[in-house]
Design a protein around this ligand. Structure first.
Ligand code: CMC
Length: 381
C-alpha cells in the first residue's frame, strides 16, 4: 500500500496555493492588483470592460480589429430567447435578484444545443453567452417586478450603456455609462476568491460552463463576499445621521459585529479598488445630490482607521461601490447582480484556465467523529 502523504489542516485555505494562474496578481501588503500584469488603476483610467474581458480570456490586450470582432461576438449574444423571457416573467416579483440570476443562468443551459460539448471552444462560447446575457436578465427581471415592459438590448451599445438602457428605457448620459463601465472593470477578476473557486471546482469535474457560472453566482451572493455591497448600503441607511456614526461603529466593534465593506482575507492595506471607487463615489454623489451619503461613509472610514487600521482592516471594494451604485439610481438589491455581471469575466477566465490544465479539485478533511459505532435498530433508539 502506498504511504499516505503528510497532511495539515488549513481552515479557510488561507495558506494554500491551489495552482498557477496568469490572470490576476494581488499584493495584499502593498495594496496592488494587476490583471495579466497591468495595474488596475491603469485599466480603470484607459480601458473598457470589453477590452478587460478580452485581456483576461486571452492573457494579452487585443488589437483594435480583435477588439471590434470580440465586441461584435458579445453583442450578437445580448438578446434573451422568448423561452428565457417567459421564465423571467414567471418568477415571483418578491424574489431576490441574485436568486433570479442564479436560476436563469442555470436555465440558459436548457436551450443550448452544445450544452454537453466539453471542448474548450464550446465552453468559451458558453462563457460569451452568459456574460452577454447577464445584463439583460437583471434588467428584465427588475422591469417585470416594477410592472414595466421589458426593453430589448441595443446591439449598438457597449455592455455598460446597454445595461442602463435596458434597466431604465432611456440611453444614459456618458458619465453614468462610464461609471458603470469602470465599476465593471474594477470587479472583473480577483484571484481565487470564493466564487471563482466555486466555478473552478465545478468545471474541474468536467461539468460545464453553465454549471460553473451558476455555482459562482450562488457563492457570490453571501454577505462575506459580493453580498457585502448591499449590506453596506443597508448599514448607511440604518445609521442615517452623521452624529450616530461614532456610537454605531464603536458598539459594533465592541460587540464584534463586522462593519460591512471593511476587511479582506488578502489585503492588509487599502484595497486598490476602494481607493479608486472612493474618488468616484465622491464625484458621483456630488453630481447626484448624495453628498450626505459620501460624508457618512468617510466618517465611518475615519473611525475604522483610528480603531482598527493598525490591524490591517480597511475599506474593501464593496464599501464605496455601494455609494456609487446608489447615486447612479440602482436598486440596492441590484448591487450584487452588477458585481456578478462583471465577475463573469474572471469566473470564466479561471474556469477556462482550469479546463486547459485540469486536475479534479478534491481536498480532504480531518475526521473528528467516532469509530466502530453500533447500528441501533430504529425501534430500539
Ligand atoms: N469589521 C470589524 N472587524 C473586522 C472586520 C470588519 N469588517 N473584518 C475583520 N475584522 C476583524 C475580526 O473581528 C477579527 O478580529 P479579532 O482578531 O480581534 O477576532 C480580525 O479582524 C480578523 O477577521 P476575520 O473575519 O477572521 O478575517 P477574514 O480573513 O476571515 O475576513 C472578511 C475577511 C472579508 C470575511 C471579513 O473582513 C468580513 O467579514 N468583512 C465584512 C464583509 C465584507 O465586507 N465582505 C466583502 C469582502 S471584499 C469583496 C469580496 O470578496 O466580495
Amino acid at each position: 500500500m502506498p504511504e499516505a502523504p503528510a497532511m495539515h489542516i488549513d481552515k479557510g485555505l488561507d495558506n494554500t496555493i491551489i495552482g498557477e494562474s496568469r490572470k490576476s496578481f494581488i499584493d495584499g501588503q502593498a495594496g496592488v492588483l494587476e490583471y495579466v500584469g497591468i495595474d488596475i488603476d491603469e485599466l480603470a483610467r484607459n480601458s473598457t470592460f470589453e477590452e478587460v474581458v478580452f485581456l483576461l480570456w486571452n492573457d494579452r490586450l487585443p488589437t483594435s480589429s480583435e477588439l471590434e470582432s470580440f465586441e461584435a461576438e458579445l453583442r450578437l449574444e445580448y438578446p434573451l430567447s422568448q423561452g428565457v423571457i417567459e421564465m423571467i416573467k414567471g418568477i415571483p416579483h418578491e424574489a431576490s435578484p441574485m436568486h433570479v440570476l442564479r436560476t436563469v443562468v442555470s436555465g440558459l443551459a436548457l436551450e443550448d444545443e452544445e450544452c454537453n460539448d466539453q471542448s474548450f471552444e464550446s465552453e468559451r462560447r458558453k462563457a460569451v453567452r452568459v456574460l452577454s446575457k447577464t445584463p439583460a436578465i437583471i434588467a428584465a427581471f427588475d422591469r417585470c417586478r416594477r410592472g414595466l415592459e421589458i426593453v430589448d438590448p441595443d446591439p449598438n451599445l457597449n455592455i455598460a450603456t446597454n445595461f442602463l438602457w435596458m434597466l431604465n428605457g432611456e440611453v444614459p448620459g456618458e458619465a453614468s455609462a462610464r461609471a458603470i463601465d469602470v465599476c465593471l472593470i474594477l470587479h472583473a477578476d480577483h484571484g481565487i476568491n470564493a466564487s471563482t473557486f466555486a466555478a473552478m471546482v465545478t468545471i474541474a469535474t468536467q461539468s460545464d460552463m453553465y454549471s460553473a457560472l451558476t455555482s459562482a453566482v450562488g457563492t457570490l451572493r453571501g454577505p462575506l463576499h459580493g453580498g457585502a455591497n448591499e449590506r453596506v448600503m443597508n448599514m448607511l441607511q440604518s445609521i442615517g445621521d452623521l452624529d450616530d456614526v461614532e456610537p454605531f461603529v464603536m458598539d459594533s466593534l465592541k460587540n464584534k459585529t463586522k462593519i460591512m465593506g471593511f476587511g479582506h482575507r488578502v489585503y492588509k492595506a487599502l484595497d486598490p479598488r476602494a481607493k479608486y471607487l472612493k474618488t468616484f463615489a465622491e464625484r458621483i454623489a456630488e453630481e447626484t445630490g448624495n453628498t450626505d451619503l459620501y460624508v457618512l461613509s468617510t466618517r465611518i472610514q475615519d473611525i475604522m482607521d483610528r480603531e482598527v487600521g493598525a490591524k490591517g482592516i480597511y475599506p474593501n471594494v464593496d464599501f464605496y461601490s455601494a455609494t456609487t451604485y446608489f447615486s447612479l439610481g440602482l436598486a440596492i438589491d441590484l448591487f450584487t447582480p452588477v458585481f456578478a455581471m462583471s465577475r463573469n469575466a474572471g469566473w470564466a477566465a479561471h474556469s477556462l484556465e482550469q479546463h486547459q490544465d485540469n486536475r479534479l479539485i478534491r481536498p480532504r478533511c480531518q475526521y473528528t467523529g467516532d469509530h466502530a459505532v453500533e447500528y441501533v435498530p430504529i425501534n430500539e433508539r
